[in-house]
Ligand binder design. Structure first.
Ligand code: NAP
Length: 283
């Protein structure tokens, strides 16, 4: 078997075209969706992510506000900026790029964002909404994974999904989203004793670890769907995921590549969340 690719770039183009059309319709009603992105310090990876987010706003017709602050910004100053953006009517989504400098309590800053503008879905209110099945913003990366499964018409009901990784931004929300779609979900982490025994039972594997070759072909049941969230560098410095792509694609039925898989979907879902935050003003 050679797996079919779930192309995150192609799906993103499709979804962003829909976002653009909805932005145009909203603008006609006098509302321009706006995203504020706050970057503190000069982490090179963060600068790239932030630039991509701002560009995605421009491409879809949204308003974006990029605030760059030196690493010396105090926690109190950052909280004051978040408070100002919470009450800025032109802003529908607020994103504080992580990681923050060590002297700033990131969780405190996230909790300061108004839940109605928490388009990253990291606020405790958003996490609680996801857990209880109430409306709220879903974290963009696992949300993007769900859209990828939807795009191939995959019915999760009764399937066994194995999520590798339990972070608050990827693994845990991923597991809850899969559960909400009636999958039976296993969550694995660094203390899991026999990862292979579990992944071999999986109809769907989501790898969100941050280590190369965590999933190899011998760990995958023939025909399984494999989503690779990981972002790592190989010896040549090339971007790669957690999954041994070449090996696993011979066993799986569907697989996401890295790059060009989950990565572009994350920013796309940020656009969707920001748009929907603005649209909710109409209701
Ligand atoms: P994280 O907070 O470091 O979490 C990694 C998880 O992997 C932890 O739960 C850890 O277990 C688990 N783990 C570590 N070694 C393991 C092993 N050998 N077997 C099984 N589980 C193991 O990372 P994250 O923020 O969730 O991100 C995960 C990866 O996704 C990273 O490569 C990150 O760059 C990438 N990412 C990509 C996107 C995207 O847009 N494509 C977005 C976000 C993240 P413990 O909890 O026990 O430590």
């Amino acid at each position: 078997m050679t797996a079919q690719l779930i192309d995150g770039n192609a799906l993103s183009r499709q979804l962003r075209a829909d976002v653009s059309a909805r932005v145009t319709a909203l603008k006609a009603k006098g509302i321009t969706p706006g995203l504020a992105v706050i970057l503190v310090g000069d982490n090179p990876a963060s600068q790239v992510y932030v630039r991509n987010k701002v560009k995605a706003c421009e491409d879809t017709g949204m308003h974006s506000l990029l605030e760059r602050w030196p690493a010396s910004l105090s926690e109190a100053e950052l909280l004051a900026r978040v408070a100002a953006l919470n009450s800025d009517a032109s802003i529908h989504g607020i994103l504080v790029q992580l990681p923050l400098p060590a002297h700033i309590n990131a969780q405190k800053v996230i909790e300061a964002i108004a839940p109605s503008k928490d388009v990253d879905g990291f606020h405790m209110a958003s996490a609680g909404a996801l857990m209880t099945g109430m409306p709220g913003f879903w974290p963009c990366t696992p949300y993007g994974c769900m859209k990828m499964l939807e795009s191939i018409g995959y019915d999760l009901k009764g399937k066994h999904a194995v999520v590798i990784g339990r972070s608050n931004i990827v693994g845990k929300p991923m597991a809850l989203m899969l559960l909400q779609q009636n999958a039976t979900v296993t969550i694995c982490h660094s203390a899991t004793q026999d990862l292979k025994a579990l992944t071999l039972q999986a109809d769907v594997i989501v790898a969100a670890v941050g280590k190369r070759n965590v999933v190899t072909a011998d760990m995958v049941k023939p025909g399984a769907v494999v989503l690779d969230v990981g972002m790592n560098r190989n010896e040549e410095g090339k971007l790669c995921g957690d999954v041994d792509f070449d090996g696993v694609k011979a066993v799986a039925s569907w697989i996401t590549p890295v790059p060009g898989g989950v990565g572009p979907m994350t920013i796309t879902m940020l656009m969707v969340n920001t748009l929907e935050s603005a649209e909710s003003q109409l209701s």
